[in-house]
Design a protein around this ligand. Structure first.
Ligand SMILES: [Fe+2]
Ligand SMILES: [Fe+2]
Length: 271
């Protein structure tokens, strides 16, 4: 059963502008991902809820908890993104573009394909658990509040990764639809990731910094090289009969839950 943890993270006061140990471009990479979440989470919730009638009683209860987890993620990334705006990044403008893209997807795609897109994007967010819970180097030197925020979000993505997928299957989603929507989502997702990186590095004044680009590329592809983990996990999605539970990150999630339970006070610094 999914646990809904109503946590608040005080992104802002005391968090340095370049909060990741790898510096500017890597911090901006994470910040650029945050731009997706508020509107993305709302898209996920609505596409899953649109098919709740296909779900059995237990899956219906999981849909409610999934929606609650995603709603809280959206709220926390809203305040994260407001902080980015105050720091001088065009976060609100980039968020509006994400909103327009997802509105277009809602108009252009059949409802079940929208759910297929959600499954594909949830596969990407599920990979956050492999990266952020599985290899400390991905958040090396990060400010504690940001480390806690990203690891909490990654853990809950791992926790609920099967819910949209099970709803998709219950709604009669086919293998062709699943694979087609993954290809579509991959193309748009990485194009937007690249756009956010360029726009935010330009706003930051480091767009033409060769050393910042080198640090980012080294971080992504060499050490710790999270893109290699992502590529392997992405390929798995295309295996016939794939299910998110085929990727075993249970031990990582359990370790995070023990850390969470052991913290004397809730991990994040409450607002
Ligand atoms: Fe989320
Ligand atoms: Fe999610």
């Amino acid at each position: 059963m999914l646990e809904v943890r109503d946590l608040r993270f005080s992104v802002g006061d005391g968090v340095p502008r370049y909060w990741h140990g790898e510096g500017r471009a890597v911090t901006i990479f994470f910040d650029g991902l945050s731009i997706f979440f508020p509107e993305g989470e709302r898209f996920f919730i609505s596409s899953v809820r649109a098919h709740k009638d296909a779900a059995g009683p237990e899956l219906k209860r999981e849909i409610m908890r999934f929606s609650a987890q995603e709603g809280i993620h959206g709220r926390e990334h809203d305040s994260y993104n407001a902080h980015l705006e105050r720091e001088g990044y065009p976060a609100a403008r980039l968020e509006r573009k994400v909103t327009r893209l997802l509105r277009f997807a809602k108009r252009a795609l059949p409802r079940r394909s929208q759910l297929g897109v959600t499954c594909a994007l949830e596969h990407f967010t599920g990979m956050m658990a492999l990266l952020l819970l599985g290899d400390d180097r991905n958040l090396a030197g990060a400010h504690p509040i940001m480390r806690d925020l990203w690891r909490w979000h990654a853990a809950e993505e791992s926790e609920h990764k099967s819910v949209p997928f099970d709803v998709f299957r219950a709604a009669g989603g086919t293998e062709v639809e699943r694979i087609g929507t993954m290809l579509l989502a991959t193309a748009f997702f990485w194009a937007k990731v690249a756009e956010h990186q360029v726009v935010m590095m330009r706003a930051d004044g480091c767009l033409l910094s060769a050393s910042e680009w080198w640090k980012l590329l080294r971080f992504l592809f060499v050490t710790p090289g999270g893109m290699r983990t992502i590529a392997r996990s992405w390929v798995r999605y295309f295996w016939p009969g794939f299910h998110p539970s085929d990727i075993d990150d249970g031990a990582l999630l359990d370790a995070w839950k023990r850390e969470y339970a052991a913290s004397a006070e809730p991990m994040p610094v409450a607002c």
